[in-house]
Write a protein of this length. Sequence first.
Length: 166
Amino acid sequence: MERLKQYNLRWHFIGQIQSNKTKIIAERFQWVHTIDRIKIAARLNRQRPANTSPLKVCIQENQPGYRNKNGVDESKISELAHAIMEMPALKLRGLMALPPISSTTEDKALFFEHLKVIKQRLIQDGILLDTLSMGMSADMKVAIAHGSTIVRVGTAIFGSRSRKKS
């Protein structure tokens, strides 16, 4: 990050957040896509430097049937969203989800549509959201067709990662 500072890049944090890592995230990133607990949001809010703009955040949902992923259950999203909206150093922008890698295109379409519906429901409840962070290189067309505004395309740019041998 330091070596690229001259380019005024916006850094997005994607991944599970451990409590002991919130300070560095709050200080160095402009976006966090994986908020799944009030505790983590509160720590980021407290640790965001006063001289910076609010940290843009997305709530990560763990959809029914996909319990192997991180994220908050759909039934708790509204509660988490309302809590984040009360945190002045955070700006709730949207929702994020990662579909199962092995799912079919049709299953991914349903997965993405489900998140889009949750976003629309929250907007109807007065929670203004403009972001759906969903989709990766392999399924970006399906994700965009279902409203994705942020897609992770590392593989399309850098190629596949080499797998470490165990």
